[in-house]
Design a protein around this ligand. Structure first.
Ligand code: ZN
Ligand code: ZN
Length: 207
């Protein structure tokens, strides 16, 4: 492992950061807002590299571009990673799709995208109303339906792999999320699978 890129400071995204960086002694990239918000969790010795909300960092052969996401965090970002002609997009924890997001994610060979909840399951589910409102808001989380809308706008012939991320265990089911994405991909040959919360995914070949 060469570097760790943080998207934002919410605990489900940073709780492993301390142990990982300690074990591997690698630099951590994140926005100023992320660092400030997680200050108490960052060891002073950590090799922190600030990346702005619209920025670029080079790590070995990889160029990593950051861009802002609408989320209730300090300065949250998504990333596009380029290596030669290959492009990977990673976007999670966002309340809505913006024109900029669609533009940034066009032309990706590999796409990792949030498919958090089924809108009906969330409304009918057991979460308290304020939490439901937060998830549904423009700075909350992307539903299966919104994820499908995003995929419809960025899919292209060379798209190889789509990974659905950040699936809610209470308000979603992998099969429902997969069906929703499959509907917009149609007969596109891209590999599609859901990421799991508690098990690592398989290694995804990007070439
Ligand atoms: Zn999250
Ligand atoms: Zn979050």
């Amino acid at each position: 492992m060469t570097a760790l890129f943080l998207t934002h400071e919410h605990s489900d995204h940073i709780s492993g950061a301390g142990a990982l960086t300690k074990k591997h002694g690698i630099p951590v990239y994140g926005t100023r807002g992320t660092r400030e918000a997680m200050r108490r969790h960052v060891h002073p010795d950590v090799d922190w590299r600030t990346i702005e909300q619209e920025d670029e960092a080079v790590v070995g052969d990889l160029t990593v571009e950051s861009f802002a996401t609408p989320h209730d965090a300090a300065e949250s970002v998504a990333y596009v990673v380029r290596c030669g002609s290959k492009k990977l997009g990673h976007i999670t924890d966002l309340g809505k799709i913006t024109l900029q997001i669609v533009e940034k994610l066009k032309g990706c060979d590999t796409l990792l995208v949030e498919s958090n909840h089924d809108e009906r399951m969330l409304v009918d589910g057991h979460y308290p109303w304020p939490l439901k409102q937060r998830i549904q808001s423009d700075v909350g989380h992307l539903s299966n339906e919104a994820c499908a809308d995003l995929l419809a706008q960025v899919k292209h012939d060379a798209l190889k792999t789509v990974v659905l991320m950040h699936l809610s265990e209470s308000n979603n089911h992998p099969e429902i999320a997969m069906d929703s994405a499959r509907r917009v991909l149609g007969d596109h040959p891209a590999t599609l699978f859901p990421a799991r919360q508690s098990t690592p995914s398989v290694l995804i070949p990007v070439e």
